[in-house]
Design a protein around this ligand. Structure first.
Ligand code: SF4
Length: 244
């Protein structure tokens, strides 16, 4: 597996996240450098590439390029290889969905991570994230339908401040509806200085644990293998057919 870090930092402002404070604003590697690293990997016999970044979909916005231009360059090659994309935020998925559908036809991108974090628009608004859940769902289902072999992954936070039982269940039904191949569910964790610290009411730990246990049963019933990792790393779930 050959990893290419394509950028650092983030211009978004998710209310639970400390990355921006720790790493700063988004900064892309040049397109030439990304293409050159990719070529080096191919020449050295690698056939699985993993693209990562703090906010991967923001690639290019600071260098007059774009995420889709970069993907276009990396998939326009007849060699036998596959590419995994980690953590494409829904706002970028929506912006680039037409381009992605075209690029995915080349069958080079086999794994896509889209961290939805919650299936409730109200909670997503409080998280300062893209919050049109209908559009997110439509975009994910569009990719799933066009590319049934695409391995779709996600990341969820349970117990974000003020999350109701109804918000939480919307998230579980979102996972089921989009038929994700795999994902991770983490209990909300407080970060000093993060905006979410000021959102009330906080969800008590025993209620978060109850929701994590419910999620485990729900996902098992929906056909997932579910593994509890730890309080920090939460639950991992995947389907037998998942191409992780
Ligand atoms: S997009 Fe990711 S890195 Fe950026 S603020 Fe949100 S969670 Fe943090």
């Amino acid at each position: 597996m050959y990893r290419i870090r394509i950028s650092w930092g983030c211009n978004s402002n998710c209310s639970y996240c400390g990355i921006k404070k720790a790493i700063g604003f988004h900064k892309s590697k040049s397109l030439e450098q990304v293409v050159e690293e990719f070529g080096r990997g191919l020449n050295n016999g690698y056939n699985h590439f993993v693209l990562n970044a703090d906010d991967i979909g923001a690639y290019g916005i600071d260098i007059r390029s774009s995420f889709s231009e970069m993907l276009d360059k990396l998939t326009n090659n007849h060699a036998d290889y596959k590419i995994s994309i980690a953590n494409l935020s829904p706002r970028w998925l929506i912006r680039y969905i037409d381009d992605l559908e075209e690029i995915f036809k080349r069958q080079k991108i086999t794994r896509l991570g889209v961290p939805i974090q919650s299936g409730s628009s109200r909670i997503l608004k409080l998280m300062n994230r893209y919050h049109d859940t209908k559009k997110i769902k439509e975009a994910l289902l569009r990719l799933k339908t066009a590319f049934p072999k695409l391995s779709l992954h996600t990341h969820i936070i349970v117990g974000f401040p003020s999350e109701t039982d109804e918000d939480f269940k919307k998230t579980l039904f979102f996972i089921k509806k989009c038929n994700f191949n795999a994902g991770q569910i983490n209990p909300f964790s407080r970060k000093t200085g993060a905006e979410a610290e000021s959102i009330e009411p906080k969800i008590p730990e025993d209620e978060i644990n109850k929701r994590m246990n419910y999620a485990k049963k729900f996902l098992k019933k929906a056909g997932y293998n579910v593994m509890y990792k730890s309080k920090v790393y939460g639950l991992l779930f995947d389907k037998m057919d998942s191409n992780i």
